[in-house]
Design a protein around this ligand. Structure first.
Ligand code: PHE
Length: 347
């Protein structure tokens, strides 16, 4: 550096360069990067001025140092000013792009509900559970023996025609009734027995009130001195709790091979209370389930002495109860999962 004039010129050209460069910058980040290159102690335009101090003749050192420091302060102010300007703009932009309208209504959250079949099954399980029944869960694939033969329905028995069966092989089938579970329970456990057994059953049957797959709830009580009266008393309590106070049952003679006597159970119409309406087809009564006193042959087959023990059994169609309770006229509506239907049924 020959003299101070040369220094002045150099400083002016650095200033001009910084001004021109900063004008081109558009972000605080690029300002920051540029600042680093200017102040770099080895390669920077301003940084290197300080290094050159060593080469300056002593008498010029004070003035050189003063001017370089002024230059440094000027440049720092320039950079700071630009940095602040861009930062403000950038923050503003960020706030705007991340703006939340807290007054906007929230999107509606859809909540799932239990299916009508599940509601009814749970309700029935609760009622019998409170009466001390245990739950036995059978299997959907059964042998011919458990589904029919052990239930006093041998091969050539006409009652086999009552239930059109899906056979998987000569021996195996899809159970047509949860009654098959009765045999498993009586084989495994000696009285007193008090169980319910919910589950799917299958029959080749298909119309507005029948589906090839539907659900039943089996009930079985075996102990000393059990009679049809016990069945009637228990069913009266059951219908009161499922269909409402004031309902009662009526037993009509029927036939099932594994019960003797057998009955169809009607509930007094919970809609018209006996006056006669569309639901009960003007009769005041609605058929709800099949039941009876356990056939002695069945007890014997399971190794239970029919002279000591007796029992009753019943089978409830879960879809049938759901259809009656919720006013559903086609069983298919319970299997189609159409939310427009299901959303109308809430408990
Ligand atoms: N299993 C019979 C049916 O599906 C119902 C039933 C169960 C009848 C228990 C009597 C006793 O039709």
């Amino acid at each position: 550096m020959a003299d101070l004039n040369e220094l002045s010129e150099k400083l002016s050209s650095i200033k001009a360069e910084i001004k021109a460069e900063l004008e081109k910058k558009e972000t605080s980040k690029s300002v920051f990067e540029y600042r680093k290159t200017i102040f770099d102690s080895k390669t920077g335009k301003i940084g290197s001025l300080m290094r050159e101090m060593g080469k300056i003749p002593n008498e010029m050192k004070a003035e050189y140092g003063k001017r370089v420091n002024e230059m440094k302060a000027w440049a720092q102010d320039m950079f700071e000013e630009m940095d602040e300007k861009f930062r403000k703009e950038e923050m503003k932009h960020r706030y705007e792009s991340e703006k939340l309208d807290v007054t906007m209504p929230a999107r509606e959250i859809k909540i799932g509900y239990l299916h009508p079949n599940t509601l009814i099954r749970n309700r029935i399980v609760d009622i019998f559970g409170s009466m001390g029944f245990e739950i036995y869960e059978g299997t959907e694939i059964e042998t011919d023996y458990y589904n029919f033969t052990a239930l006093n329905t041998p091969d050539d028995h006409p009652a086999r025609d009552m239930q059109d069966t899906f056979y998987l092989s000569d021996k195996f089938l899809l159970r047509t009734q949860t009654s098959a579970g009765q045999i498993h329970v009586m084989e495994a456990k000696k009285p007193p027995i008090k169980i319910i057994s919910p589950g799917k059953v299958f029959r080749s049957d298909d119309d507005a009130t029948h589906s090839p797959m539907f659900s039943q709830m089996e009930g079985l009580v075996v102990d000393k001195g059990i009679t049809l009266c016990d069945l009637k008393g228990m069913l009266d309590e059951f219908v009161r709790r499922i269909f409402g106070e004031g309902t009662s049952t009526r037993l009509r003679p029927s036939y099932f091979p594994f019960t003797e006597p057998s009955v169809e159970v009607d509930v007094s119409c919970f809609q018209c209370h006996g006056k006669g309406c569309k639901l009960c087809k003007g009769t005041g009564w609605i058929e709800v389930l099949g039941a009876g006193v356990v056939n002695k042959k069945v007890l014997e087959g399971c190794g239970i002495d029919p002279d000591v023990y007796s029992g009753f059994a019943f089978g409830i169609g879960i879809e049938r109860i759901a259809m009656l309770k919720y006013g559903i006229n086609n069983i298919k509506l319970l299997f189609e999962s159409d939310l427009r239907v299901l959303e109308q049924i809430r408990e």
